[in-house]
Design a protein around this ligand. Structure first.
Ligand code: DGT
Ligand code: CA
Ligand code: CA
Ligand code: ZN
Length: 569
């Protein structure tokens, strides 16, 4: 449990109170508390566990503080449990549809009795939603589109969720009797952007109680199967976890098999057959069925004449051929990153100051950061106009001259307006070290118009990087509709770099598009889009995406030294 999880609980409480039509002041106090806790730099768990108080935190009253203590001490919240009983999960699920908030859910329930995704779908497709107050045909169509997207992603989870689940679960299982090793496999190990279920593999020296511990884990909702070598559970958040206990002699073979992907496995097996060998989850066997390897994962590769293939590219997208021909890429690693090129600060909607972000960059071992606050069109983020941006730059100059912890590049995330023009005057863009341009509004233009809009923005001579190029939010919002290949071609003409936004909800460009960008001849920048110093640690998710896209350090401009970067820009 961390601050983020407490904030989630309060956010959910506020949502449900909204649905049942509770007192608006009470609702607001939970929503505020959620926001405050999310932004807090201190760890609430340590504060409470060390006997401290939250009294001094503005916006956290007595009632909320008691709830927090309850959550820290018991791991759950009785109010939320009560609310869960009042409002069934089918209604709460409606909140997951993009564009539906608690107010709309309540309205739809009160007026049309909509209490499930199925009922929502039939109401929307038979044109019943458009007659509700504040809705119309457009909203209705939007909801239908969101529904389709939701159904596609149903049952899948973001990679970052996989990390938090794995972390707590593995920490818990580490105390099992005689456990030697436990490792995640599957799509999680391949660092796919979403995961269907988690696959854990363990070896134990002798008799173990790991399966008993596993089914007694706090977060278990359902035991799907329970045996000595394989057990499957479903957690309260809906994710399934499979745990297998293996013989040490075949651990490597099983790790390879259960890491997948399935398509990769099929290729590996047929390659083995061509060599008169057999590969299974138990090992590598010769024509006489004698086991010749399987303890270590690398046995699988070496025995069939392959060099080791990193999990992230085991997708049968050419990795087998590359491995056979010794042409595997030297994949980028987190340690190659020398700076972060999208960072927001208190000047707009960030939580930390420029100097705090620079300090964090220093801790991460970086050489430079680029401060990219929003421009004025992004009103909810209090975007900067020309005058404010220039003042901000003076401050950055001052910090750089006083030996800032890392070099601070003067930049901006300039908004791409509906017609493709930019939100700031060229005269100020010219003064920037780096210009990042992104779309934050008018997501639903027709394809041609959207493509032209982006290309027009790229044609501005001062634009260096296109931020979160497709605008998608994983499992939430589809990319905007435009012709990506044409945009890539234009980017090549205008020398514009494509961003891989590392924020776990975005990962935009995704792996496939990032590879296409590389093949077009473009460079990429992996940036966190951090709105607080701790979010700068999310860089690793962008690196996973880059690895899945076969990127090497030279493909990514923030692996360059400051001097190289400046020359390139
Ligand atoms: P997911 O869970 O949908 O995100 O994707 P994975 O890749 O984790 O798939 P999962 O959990 O169904 O199975 C784990 C791995 O086990 C998979 O990546 C490859 C291997 N595997 C599963 N079923 C088969 C199969 O029928 N044939 C082969 N060759 N391998 C399989
Ligand atoms: Ca899986
Ligand atoms: Ca599985
Ligand atoms: Zn942005």
């Amino acid at each position: 449990m961390d601050n983020h999880k407490i904030a989630d609980i309060f956010e959910e409480i506020a949502d449900i109170l909204d649905i049942v039509g509770d007192n608006p002041f009470r609702i607001r106090s939970y929503r505020n508390a959620a926001r405050i806790i999310e932004d807090l730099s201190d760890d609430i768990f340590s504060i409470i566990n060390e006997g401290g108080t939250l009294e001094n935190i503005k916006g956290i009253g007595k009632g909320i503080e008691e709830k927090i203590e309850e959550i820290v001490k018991t791991g759950s919240c009785s109010l939320l449990k009560e609310l869960h009983e009042k409002v069934p999960p089918e209604i709460r699920e409606l909140l997951k549809i993009e564009g539906l908030g608690p107010k709309k859910v309540k309205l739809m329930y009160d007026k049309l009795g909509i209490d499930s995704i199925d009922k929502l779908e039939s109401a929307a497709s038979s044109g019943k939603l458009r007659n509700l107050e504040g809705m119309g045909e457009k909203t209705e169509n939007k909801i239908l589109k969101s529904l389709e997207y939701y159904r596609q992603g149903q049952g899948r989870f973001k990679l970052s969720d996989g990390f938090s689940i794995c972390e707590s679960l593995i920490k818990y299982l580490k105390n099992a009797k005689n456990l030697i090793k436990i490792e995640p496999a599957g799509s999680f190990r391949r660092r796919q952007e979403t995961i269907g279920d988690l696959d854990l593999l363990a070896i134990c020296s002798s008799e173990t109680d790991i399966m008993e511990k596993f089914i007694k884990y706090d977060e278990v909702k359902e035991i799907i199967a329970h045996g000595d070598t394989k057990t499957s559970i479903k957690l309260t958040n809906g994710i399934q976890v499979d745990l297998r206990v293996l013989e040490p002699e075949s651990f490597g073979a099983a790790l390879h098999y259960f890491t997948g992907s399935k398509a990769h496995n099929i290729r590996v097996r047929s390659l083995a057959r061509e060599k008169g060998l057999k590969v299974s989850e138990y090992g590598v066997f010769d024509s006489g069925d004698k086991k010749i390897g399987g303890k270590d994962e690398k046995d699988i590769f070496t025995n069939i004449g392959l060099s080791y293939i990193p999990p992230e590219i085991r997708e049968d997208r050419g990795e087998i051929e590359a491995s056979l021909n010794n042409k595997l890429p030297e994949l980028i690693e987190l340690k190659n990153i020398r700076g972060d090129l999208q960072i927001h600060t208190v000047e707009t909607d960030g939580k930390n100051t420029v100097i705090e972000m620079a300090q964090k960059a220093k801790e991460l071992g970086y050489e430079y950061i680029s401060i990219t606050n929003h421009s004025k069109a992004v009103k909810i983020a209090h975007g900067l106009d020309e005058k404010k941006l220039r003042k901000h730059f003076e401050e950055i100059d001052r910090l750089n001259s006083k030996k800032a912890p890392v070099h601070i590049l003067k930049s901006v995330e300039v908004d791409i307006l509906a017609d493709g023009s930019l939100d700031l005057d060229d005269s100020v863009l010219k003064e920037c070290d780096v210009v990042l341009a992104s779309i934050h509004s008018y997501f639903n233009l027709p394809e041609k118009e959207m493509t032209q809009r982006i290309i027009k923005a790229l044609s501005n001579p001062y634009v260096n990087i296109l931020g979160h190029p497709t605008g998608r939010l994983i499992l939430e919002r589809e990319p905007y509709v435009f012709n990506l290949r044409e945009v890539f071609k234009a980017a090549l003409d205008y020398n514009v770099i494509m961003e891989i936004n590392a924020y776990p909800d975005r990962l935009d460009l995704n792996d496939i598009h990032a590879l296409q960008a590389k093949e077009t001849g473009l460079k990429l920048a992996i940036s966190t889009d951090a709105h607080s110093s701790s979010q700068m640690e999310l860089m690793v998710y962008g690196v996973y995406t880059a690895r899945r896209a076969w990127l090497e350090p030279e493909d990514v401009i923030n692996t360059y030294t400051l001097k190289e970067l400046k020359t390139f820009i």
